[in-house]
Every structure is written in C-alpha cells, then in structure tokens.
Design a protein around this ligand. Structure first.
Ligand SMILES: Cc1cc2nc3c(=O)[nH]c(=O)nc-3n(C[C@H](O)[C@H](O)[C@H](O)COP(=O)(O)OP(=O)(O)OC[C@H]3O[C@@H](n4cnc5c(N)ncnc54)[C@H](O)[C@@H]3O)c2cc1C
Length: 536
C-alpha cells in the first residue's frame, strides 16, 4: 500500500470513528436504532465499505502486485469520496465536526490522493489488465493450504460442475447425486467439522476459498450445497450434547446426510423471534405442527434443522424457541409427502424461482410430525436456546455467503472480460473502448474488496467462533458486489447477455437472491451491523 493510500484509509477511519461515536449517542448505545433507521443504515454501510477498504489494503498482494495496488488505492478513493458526500449531505445526522472533516476527508492531501486514485485512467488501466488476464483470480492467500485448496476446488468445479450447470438451471433440475458424492469424497461437507468428529477441521479461510470456486461454477448446484451443513455444524458445536455431536457430525461431514435449514415461515421472516411453528411435548419426543417457508433443499435433505416454539406462551418470544434435527426421507422432485406410522405428516412443495435452481426451496406443512426427544439440540438444556443457536449458525452461513457471492461475481468478471476481448463492434474489440475498460476495472476492484473483506471475516472467525459483525459485513458487501458485477457483466454481453446459452444470464438471476436470504439486506444492516457498531 502506498503512502497516499494509507492517508486516505486513515482519513476514512478518522471521520467514521467520529460519526460512529455520534451515532452511539443519538441511538442511546444502539437501543434507539429503530428511531434512526435511515441514518443507522447509512452508518452500517459506510462502516462496511471502510472495513472493505482496510481489508483490501491489508492484503499481501497490495504490496507486491501493481494492479492490486491500483485497485486498493482506487477503492479507498471511492469510499472516501462517498463518505465525505454523505457527511456533507447529512451533517446533523453524522455529527462529524468541520474540524474533524478538515483534518480527515477534506484535508487537501487526502482529497488530492483520493481524486488521483479514482481517476478514470486508473480504472481503465486495471480494466486492461483484467481483459488481458481474462479476469483470472490468482491473488495470494496467506498459507499454502488455502492456495492448494483453491487449485483443487477450481479443477473439480470446472471439470465436473460447469458442464452440468446450465442444464440444471434451465430445466430446474435437482443437483445430481454424482456431484454430491464427489464433493463428499473431497471432504467439502466437513470443512468446519473438527477432526475428532470425522471432519477436515480446515478452518473458515479454506472453506471460503473452496466455496468461491464451487460458486463460480454454479451457485445453487455446488457453492450453496455446503451452506446448510456449515450452519448445522456450527449450531451443533455450540449447543449440541456430546452424544449429538458424535451422532450427527460424522455423517454430515461425510456428505451422507444432506441438510435443510427451516426457520422462515409464510408469515414470519425477519422477525425470527416470532416463529409460530409449534413443538408439543409427548411421550418420548415432540410433535411438530405448523407451516414453514423457503426451506432450501428440503426435498433431497435427510434432516431439517428446524426452529420451533416449545414454549406455547408467545410472550416468551425468542426464549420460547428450540432447534430440532428432524429426520425425513429424501425425495427428488418438486413436491413430496412424508407419512409417519402414527399419523404424522410432512408435506413440501417447491416454489418456482427465476434463479438459484438446483436445490429447490419448499413451503412445508407439518402436522403432528414426531421427532424424538434426543433430536432437540442440547436436549433438556437446549430447550429455549434455539434462537441463540440458530443465530450462531447464521453467522457461519453469512460468512460462507461472502464466499458464494465473491465466487459468483468472479464468474461474471471472467465471462465479461473474455467477451470484451473477443466481441468486435465498430471494427474493434469492445474491450478497446474506454468505457468497457473502466467498467471492468471497477468490477474487478469492488470484487477484490469483497473478497478480502470476506477473507478478513474468515480469519476473524477462525480466531473467535462467536464473531457476528465481520461475517455480516462480508455477506452484505459481497452480495451487493455480486448483484452489481453480474449486471454490468450482462450489459457488456449486450443482447447475448440475455440469452440463456450464455452463463452470464444465469449469474444475474442467481445473484439476486444473495441480498435476500440469511437476513434480508435492511435487517442485516440494522439488526446485526448497526447494532454491533452502535451497541455497548
Ligand atoms: C431462494 C430463497 C431461499 C431461501 N432459503 C431459506 C432456507 O433454506 N431456510 C430458511 O429458513 N429461509 C430461507 N429463505 C428465506 C429468507 O431467509 C427470508 O426470505 C428472509 O429472511 C426475509 O424474510 P421475509 O421474506 O419474510 O421478508 P420480511 O421479513 O417480510 O421483510 C421484507 C422487507 O420488509 C422490510 N422490513 C421488515 N422488517 C423491518 C424492520 N424491522 N425495519 C425496517 N424494515 C423492515 C425490509 O425492507 C425487508 O426487506 C430463503 C429465501 C429465498 C428467496
């Protein structure tokens, strides 16, 4: 990182710290965020962008590689300009004094550095390199293990997943068992499972780089297959009994048990504490009754991690919820029904979606569906802890989604860079035009920032499994980058970007789901990031 970039980043941090301190006072330490939602959202996003700029600057490649160094400076310059514009547009809300602004974002040397760094010629230079390398990502990752894992996941994904991805999407097929089997053999379902329970214990950074490669091949038919095991694994490690960990983690790690996560209901989404699906205590277990929505992979899954209300008193809120492992038979189609000998029924029907195809997402109806007592995570001690365990699992899911989003954006960048080098209009490759180079330069830059923010979150989670702010920021930013980069990539393809034969059209519709699940974007910003920044 150059001295000038260091100055920009220090200025962003200086102004942001002042704004966060002011935000804490205005929201009474985060308690009154709902009275200041619009500003809290601005702060959450600004802090996320600042964290991305810092993560990109901390990346080892920024020291050695000229293009990464340009990207680091350009991204920091853009973030600085956006933050300054926000502060000047809403001075009372931000509460950053003129004096602080003058010595940070408005300081003449910072302004000059930020302007130079984001000059269009810099982005065009980055864009030309992106076209030359066809967008390839070979960024250095600390640790040989992660780089080797990336190479082998890339080889697998390109050979085994890419040839099937278009067909699965266009025919709304279920991911073939052959892909699941091969991913199981490679150990991809047990990356976060400790070795004592049959997993790889590879840690979060390795999990992320593998997720990126799988998602670049197909978001739904590869990269997302490991989200659900990750979520259940983290919940079990946090709250499961020893016997439960021994029983469930080895088959999850081996890819023998496919998992669905069932939290959302038709009338309850973001307000998870209000989940209504009930679990009624009976001899030897629980009877589940109620509706669930959007349960991805519920047909093929062998078990569902289900959040249900064990305390019928609605006033118990989040403390009335428990997390169950619900066994079921796997079904291949878009609709299924599971009948138990004592009359319990589970019915599932997939909702049609424009993208994210390959696993199908189901509306479920449970009617007195029996689950043994030992399947309540934590057993007696886990009663009423389901919300907390689920949130722990979601933090892991969000981190993994940072990787999914980065991988998907990478696929779009590579497709667009390749197309820009080959497509000719007005007698020249479209990549020769300034605007195409500029667009590709900005796409690559925001993607590099999203990737490094996600890697930083993975390292933070490797150091402390309980972090929630870092994975939420990675998920928020990388999802937005995936949406923007896929859409820009589609425009670079012109009309062909709208054709189903071109993978970019699939990437566009796949990316749209990323800001929705695991905490829809506004909820992630307000309830996780703003609360994390302004609370305490
Ligand atoms: C393809 C797909 C797959 C999914 N897979 C799964 C899965 O496997 N398991 C699972 O459990 N769920 C899954 N989901 C569900 C997903 O997690 C939810 O859709 C998401 O959490 C949002 O809930 P909701 O749809 O009920 O939206 P709502 O909670 O109704 O929110 C809608 C909008 O209302 C506004 N809003 C709501 N509350 C507030 C507030 N307090 N302040 C300000 N604005 C607010 C926001 O603008 C928000 O975007 C999936 C969803 C999709 C689309």
């Amino acid at each position: 990182m150059s001295e000038a970039t260091g100055k920009i980043i220090a200025a962003i941090r200086g102004a942001l710290d002042e704004a966060l301190a002011s935000g804490k006072r205005a929201t009474d330490g985060g308690k009154a965020i709902d009275d200041h939602q619009v500003h809290a959202e601005r702060l959450a996003y600004a802090a996320t962008e600042a964290a991305a700029a810092e993560a990109l600057a901390a990346d080892a490649s920024a020291q050695s590689d000229a293009t990464t160094s340009l990207m680091t400076a350009a991204f920091a310059g853009e973030v600085a300009s956006r933050l300054r514009a926000q502060i000047e547009a809403h001075p009372d809300d931000f509460g950053v004094s003129d004096a602080v602004l003058a010595r940070t974002l408005a300081a003449p040397d910072v302004l000059a550095a930020a302007r130079a760094a984001q000059h269009e010629s810099r982005f065009r230079e980055i864009g030309r390199e992106v076209i030359r390398t066809r967008g390839a990502n070979n960024c250095a990752i600390d640790g040989d293990v992660a780089e080797m894992a990336r190479d082998s996941a890339r080889a697998f994904a390109r050979k085994e997943v890419v040839p099937l991805a278009e067909r699965i999407h266009r025919h709304d097929e279920l991911v073939p068992d052959a892909i699941i089997r091969q991913m199981a053999e490679l150990g991809y379902f047990g990356m976060s499972v400790p070795e004592e329970y049959g997993g790889q214990g590879m840690g979060n950074l390795v999990m992320i780089v593998i997720t990126e490669e799988l998602s670049a091949a197909s978001l739904a038919a590869a990269g997302s297959l490991i989200t659900r095991p990750e979520i259940l694994t983290k919940a079990l490690l946090k709250g499961g009994t020893d016997a439960q960990k021994k029983k469930w983690l080895p088959p999850v790690a081996a890819g023998e048990l496919m998992v669905g996560i069932s939290v959302t209901e038709p009338d309850t989404g973001s307000d998870v504490a209000s989940v209504r699906c009930r679990a009624e205590r009976v001899d030897g277990g629980w009877l589940i009754s109620g509706a669930k929505a959007w349960c991805t992979f519920a047909g093929r899954a062998n078990v569902l991690a289900l959040l249900a209300r064990t305390n019928p008193d609605a006033k118990a809120g989040a403390r009335g919820l428990s997390l169950f492992i619900v066994p079921k038979d796997p079904f291949p189609g878009h609709e299924f029904e599971m009948r138990q000998p004592d009359g319990g029924v589970l019915h599932g029907k997939a909702d049609a979606t424009p993208g994210y195809r390959g696993m199908h997402s189901y509306t479920l109806g449970f009617d007195r569906y029996f689950v043994p007592a030992e399947n309540l995570i934590g057993e007696a001690a886990g009663e009423g802890k389901g919300f907390y365990l689920q949130m722990q699992g979601f933090a892991a899911g969000r981190l993994q989604t940072g990787g999914r989003a980065s991988g998907l954006a990478q696929a779009a960048l590579e497709a667009a860079a390749t197309y820009a080098g080959e497509r000719k209009q007005f007698g020249r490759p479209i990549g020769d035009f300034h605007l195409t180079q500029y667009k590709l330069g900005r796409m690559a830059t925001s993607l590099a920032a999203a990737r490094q923010l996600t890697y930083a979150a993975a390292r933070a989670m490797d150091a402390d499994e309980t972090v929630s702010l870092e994975p939420a920021m990675a998920k928020l930013f990388a999802s937005d980058v995936a949406v923007a980069v896929t859409q820009e990539g589609q425009l670079i393809h012109g009309g062909w970007g709208y054709a189903e034969e071109f993978a970019i059209s699939r990437h566009v519709v796949d990316a749209l789901v990323l800001p929705i699940f695991e905490g829809v974007k506004p909820i992630l910003e307000l309830k996780v990031i703003a609360r994390g920044l302004l609370g305490g």
